[in-house]
Ligand binder design. Sequence first.
Ligand code: ADP
Ligand code: MG
Ligand code: MG
Length: 874
Amino acid sequence: KKYVYSWGNGEAEGSSKMKHLLGGKGANLAEMASLGFPTPGGFTITTEMCDYYWKNGKVFPQELKAEVDAAIEKLEKISGKRFGDNENPLLVSVRSGAAVSMPGMMDTILNLGLNDVSVKALAKLSNNERFAYDSYRRFMQMFGDVALGIEHAKFEEKLNIVKREKGVTGDLELDAEDLKKVVELYKEAYKEAGLDFPQDPKKQMWAAIEAVFGSWNNERAIKYRAINGIKEGELLGTAVNVQMMAFGNMGEDSGTGVAFTRNPNTGEKKFYGEYLLNAQGEDVVAGIRTPEPMEKLNEVNPEVYKQLCDIMTKLENHFRDMQDIEFTMEKGKLYLLQTRTGKRTSAAAVKIAVDMLKEGLITEEEAVMRVKPADIEKLLHPMFDAEELKKAQYMGKGLPASPGAATGMAIFSADKAEEKAEEGIPVILVRPETSPEDVGGMNAAEGILTATGGMTSHAAVVARGMGKTAIVGAANLEIDENAKTATINGVTIKENDWVSLDGNEGKYYAGKVKTIKPQGLHGDIAELLEVADKLADLGVRANADIPRDAKVAREFGAKGIGLCRTEHMFFDEARIMKMRTMIVSKTVEQREAALSELLPFQKADFKGLFEAMEGYGVTIRYLDPPLHEFLPNDEEQMKEIAPQLGISVEELKEIVENLHEFNPMMGHRGCRLSITYPEIAVMQTKAVIGAAIEVAKEGKKVRPEIMIPLVGKVDELKFLRELVEKTANELIKESGIDLEYKVGTMIEVPRAAATADQIAQQADFFSFGTNDLTQLTLGFSRDDYGKFIKEYIKEGIYESDPFQHIDRRGVGRMIKMALNDGREVNPLLKTGVCGEHGGDPESIEFCHLVGLDYVSCSPYRVPVARLAAAQAAV
Ligand code: ADP
Ligand code: MG
Ligand code: MG
């Protein structure tokens, strides 16, 4: 078995296709090397070795040492330097890198190979003593922290002693002599921790390798995986990359930076990046010094700038996606240290996908796969209410690191933020800056506000990835972590005070600001979704009960209504009394009279739906809930309502008691209502068909679909179908026009699924009501399952909430069975899903796989469903 893969000098043993084995960083470094990009040589120890290490009591197999030695030898040949040499030492970085990028989650050690002797050689070779000792003290600090677990703060203390003695604040103000002192003090820090700084480079390297593999299971790595839904065992582990150093800290002709091939916030096709001169490694990201924008490099060193731009263009064309790169300039020579697919905001994801499609860089299928359904969701999500915002107190402006609008209580530590969020309180995490330890708190917060750091700081990168609103580098904001206050321009917010962040503008406010959902689809999202519609097999309809919702659904691209819950029309104040009159009626005549008063309302609503959905199918479900839902259940209300209904309070009470059911969800509801009170179905048919006729007469195309709920036996459907047809056909005949309509049923009772072959003989369509079907198939009451579902998921009994993601094995099997049996009898049978699952991407994929015709979901989820439907088909 091969555990070590080398690259360098225009060649590589690995490639970008080997991410699982080499990790993302290692695989792409290999790819860059073989493409001839200027990346320092190195080698990768595979993720398989990480797996081996953890599975074998943290030891390495015999053969690894020889492989590593051979790889070092190759590197020595390429570089002309020798590892552990006293004259011309080869210095390396030891870097982690898993198959999935986990920014800042695991630790990197730079300048490894330095010791008391080789530091002098480095000084001599570079003719730069300051640089040599700066590298040495950085190495001692990173190595102590990462490999030996000596607290970072211990080193900071020592560094501060020297700075204080000299009366300076910045690292750059320390000269070689000062840094030598720092080195000596760092050695003391090791001693104080009961450790010795190892002078032997081989020992340093193996300790570093072990530390990287060890970091795979440190707390923040585990947390990151949990937050990002990376399951235990899905990845083998992290790889270790050992790479020759490129020095960005050799003076003002050196530097280091990060850059994106397109703007990761807006998606704009323009290079975007930041750099620092005379700096190394993480200085840019750490937010210690404020970096310069990439364009400024053009003034400092136009040649390097041009080369960088050229490389970025090539990289993007090669990888065919927006790249996020790390570069270092060593005495005017450019090196690439990393490239990866850049994280981006939801808006940028959409814009980049659409732009790249137009540029011909990617296919329609790829464009659609580049955007997550959650991105679409986010883009249709909150903004601040402009009027409300005027009332909030403006505090200041920072960098708009991650867009959106967030309002919550100010909390000054990540742990506290997690606690508060647990209680359901919206939180804004306010920090001087963030570090990987804060990730849990960031995830729990609604938004993040930091005082320092640039657009590529930890806080910014992580927040964008999470889709959290964030403002970073809020200049002049004084954050006192101990007092738990943040002050600017005389405005102070304390812990638990409301604060609001506008991530689009970077402005933050004291006070609570109402957020509103943006309306409508346009521009890039609309274009992307049109492409999605082309690729999808599933149609997307909306659940809409009233004309207003139907209009919203159309704007969001719904092609029809998959579920109109007619009862929602009855809860309206003006109508509910008429409904109640119907319910308390003692005779058929009384009931018919009450129903005839409801008829015009229903008809008008249906007309609105048909008009909004012109040309598309509109599925109207007949009255479904148990009747007691329309009646009051407290004394007070009964006293008020009884006289209006012309009956005594006692009578009303008795009716309510009679309607009481132990399991209302399995009680007198659905088609059972219309079978006992056929006049209800007659009235609803008159309303549907009457409305359809009127709209058809206006010259519009109408496609009414009458849906009978809760059928379990074909005879129920047959009974009602006959009634509906009789009423409808009479009306149509009278009208003198041609009108087609369908009669179908919901499949939501397990018996219906089991006898679908019979039911299909009476049905033009099946709509799977997966809410009830899940409830009845699993025997989980939707209203009560919350009491145990968390335990169930924790114990792995159910993988996820079956009301959120369809239970493929159980409920899914019912659907498959009903579909096959139904289509065998009735090849024209139209099939769809209505209910919560219709808007859930994971369930939508299932609907596609079993070959349903459409899904139906709430209007605001229609765009998400359109994308998910396309992704399922690609
Ligand atoms: P992360 O995954 O946290 O970004 P990296 O391994 O990429 O960690 O490295 C951290 C920083 O050190 C980056 O800025 C990177 O460019 C820099 N770095 C890593 N290896 C080298 C090297 N061989 N020469 C110069 N800089 C390096
Ligand atoms: Mg990196
Ligand atoms: Mg139902």
